[in-house]
Design a protein. Sequence first.
Length: 244
Amino acid sequence: MITRMLSALLLLTLLGGCAGTAAATWPPGPAPAVRLTATLVSPTNVTLSWHDSGPAPAGSVVEYATAPNGPFTPLGFLPPTRTTFQHNDLMPSTTFYYRVRPFYGPASRTVHVSLPPGAYDDQAQADQSWAAPRAVPGGPVATRSIRDASTAASGAPTNLTATIVNANGIKLAWTDNASDADGYLVESKPAGSTDFNVIQLLDPSINTCGIVTLPTEKNAGYLIRAFYYGQPSNTTHLTTGNGP
């Protein structure tokens, strides 16, 4: 069964914790382009905000850890228009560490999907094997670096198709053209929304996956982005209080 990224990130948010006192940066060295600050707005609620003085990213991923050097776990992949994040209802009296990483990379064309009427049916969705991400062999493709400005556009996913599986499910397939992607992002933009939002994070070489849609995605656009991570921000830490 495929768990959408947004649901997984919500669970992580509920389990997370953070902050309370000073900020620090690891490792020492040149200042990163992204500068992150964390503010404890109540004993168990934190607001993160950042400024990116580097090249315009495709978006940012907010991460947290329980130790200065990680491992770090994503809390959310955000569009480039977002420079704040709320981490609320945290574990009291706990120190957590935060960082933000910009990500870059070219996207496929957008495909638009209009699903037929029908509410979500648990029985109909019991078998979601069709939605598992896969690397399906295809013909030879001359891959390109997405980290080189002269070839990045050629490394974008191509031939994106969306096949309706049922009233609440679609299957996406595309041609993988990137030689050095950290992975692929599935992004969705429901009708009436301003931004695309990341709904799945996929490994490199994946070229097909299924989406169990939300009620707001009956009419939506989808794209696939080949991406790589940029330099992380400073790491900041705070310690939560004793309770609300």
